[in-house]
Write a protein that binds this ligand. Structure first.
Ligand code: NDP
Length: 459
């Protein structure tokens, strides 16, 4: 049986592009379809523009910190439109590079939506063409989810639209307490926007180590973010004649007024309307595509990588899954990606860097554990006046002293944790950390100088 392509990839985001490119470089005939822009969520409306917004937002604090070092800063003006224009140009440039790299590898980039017709056929929606392929890879990612159980939910924007705000609002309300909510709360607060965050539980960042959660929660208050806990949106109404655009009524009986309302309630796999049922591709209960460790679905000719599989929803993970798929199926180098001990960051201000198990997870999975913990004022803050303290925590298995997790909240935590991730992934022990000579003066030296186990105070 002959097919139009050896591989047809749906979705030109991080995972899809990597898989398509690597497969094509082995000589396979490859096409990739993208309904929006090459680059996917990470490049177009996720990690990349978000990080630029973090940089933009951090300057305000840097100017203030500088005063502690003898600088007098004249009145600072910020032009959000100018920043958004520069940001848009950079995103365009990066998207162009993605398209060019695909082209250079010999991949046919098809700028339209593709849907599954059967196990070897996709339909191109705009042109109406059908295309056959020996293998199909689904890499369509996820999409923001906004619950519709409150009136006026349609007034919420999501992370899809947040980068398009041209006029900096005076005030903003963000619903949710995950990565996106806390990162954007800091971004807007840093830019001088009156920022409210409304979270349904007690402490943000569920799933992270409890000390990290507490540090981030306290850091938000220190940054001037108004955090409302144990509450959800119950109604959003337009208030065109008021000084703010919207009134957000909360389940606790209070209300908040703001110019922009953001829903950061999580993301769901973008499988709606993809035609997966036509090929009999199985989903799990979250609507994610079920795959094995080789990213293979229950249909022998169809694979899926990235957020659409809802394993670990991070860009570098999608890239590694896509690469492993292409190496295995086209490169004659079978391997699969190991999802254990992936370092990750939350770009709050200060940011979080974390790898491995939280104290709670380690205790439940490994029994007796030792905790090493330090909370201290970073050197720079002695002069800048910044009151934030750094948290460093190492979670160690008592039986063999293996480091199971490391958690940092403080300046440069993402940069530090990437390197610590190597040691943790190599199953380093606490002794290996201790054998490493400190680099002085640095924040990270604390990781190799913590000698005393943390003993909780008994109250
Ligand atoms: P998350 O799943 O991290 O957080 C969703 C938040 O919304 C949680 O606080 C959750 O509360 C709350 N929530 C969910 N449903 C409701 C509801 N019906 N009413 C009120 N609150 C609700 O999603 P995000 O949107 O923040 O991020 C999506 C994904 O994007 C992340 O999982 C991450 O993988 C990725 N990402 C990664 C980043 C990074 O690496 N730095 C940055 C941004 C995104 P509760 O905690 O109680 O469940």
């Amino acid at each position: 049986m002959s097919y139009d392509y050896d591989l047809f990839t749906i979705g030109a985001g991080s995972g899809g592009v990597r898989a398509a490119r690597i497969a094509a470089l082995t000589g396979a005939k490859v096409a990739i379809a993208e309904e929006f822009r090459a680059g996917g969520t990470c490049v177009i409306r996720g990690c990349v523009p978000k990080k630029f917004m973090v940089y933009a937002s951090e300057f305000q604090k840097s100017f203030k910190d500088a005063e502690g070092f003898g600088y007098s800063i004249p009145e600072v003006k910020y032009d959000h439109k100018a920043f958004i224009t520069s940001l848009g140009a950079e995103v365009d440039r990066l998207s162009g590079i993605y398209a060019r790299n695909l082209n250079n590898a010999g991949v046919d980039l098809i700028h339209e939506r593709a849907e599954i017709v059967d196990a070897h056929t996709v339909k191109l929606v705009k042109s109406g063409k059908t295309v056959t392929a020996e293998r199909i890879l689904i890499a369509v990612g996820g999409t923001p989810f906004v619950p519709d159980d409150f009136e006026g939910a349609e007034h919420c924007i999501t992370s899809n639209e947040i980068f398009d705000i041209e006029d900096l609002p005076k005030s903003i309300v963000i619903g949710g307490g995950g990565y996106i909510a806390v990162e954007f709360a800091h971004i807007f607060a840093g830019l001088g926007v009156e920022t409210h965050l409304v979270y349904r539980s007690e402490t943000v960042l569920r799933g992270f180590d409890d000390d990290v959660r507490t540090a981030v929660h306290e850091g938000m208050a220190a940054a001037g973010i108004h955090v409302v806990t144990s509450a959800v949106f119950s109604k959003i109404s337009k208030t065109p004649d008021a000084s703010h655009n919207y009134c957000v009524e909360l389940s606790n009986g209070h209300s908040v007024e703001a110019d922009v309302v953001v829903g950061a309630f999580g993301r769901k796999p973008y499988t709606d309307g993809l035609g997966l049922e036509n090929a009999g591709v199985q989903l799990n209960k979250n609507g994610a595509i079920k795959v094995d460790e080789w990213s293979k679905t229950n249909v022998p000719s169809i694979w899926a990588v990235g957020d659409v599989t809802d394993r670990v929803n991070l860009t570098p993970v999608a890239i590694r899954e896509g690469h492993a798929f292409a190496d295995t199926e086209f490169g004659g180098k079978p391997h699969h990606f190991d999802h254990d001990k992936i370092a990750t960051a939350v770009f709050t201000q200060p940011p979080v860097g974390t790898v491995g198990l939280s104290e709670e997870q380690a205790r439940s999975e490994h029994g007796e554990i030792d905790i090493y913990k330090a909370q201290f004022k970073p050197m720079k803050n002695a002069l800048s006046g910044d009151q934030n303290r750094v948290l460093m925590k190492i979670v160690v298995r008592a039986s063999d002293q293996r480091v199971l997790g490391c958690h940092i909240v403080g300046p440069d935590a993402p940069e530090i944790i990437q390197a610590v991730g190597i040691a943790v992934k190599m199953n380093a022990t606490k002794q290996d950390f201790d054998n490493t000579c400190a680099l002085h003066p640095s924040l990270a030296e604390e990781l190799v100088t913590m000698r005393n186990k943390f003993v909780p105070e008994i109250t």
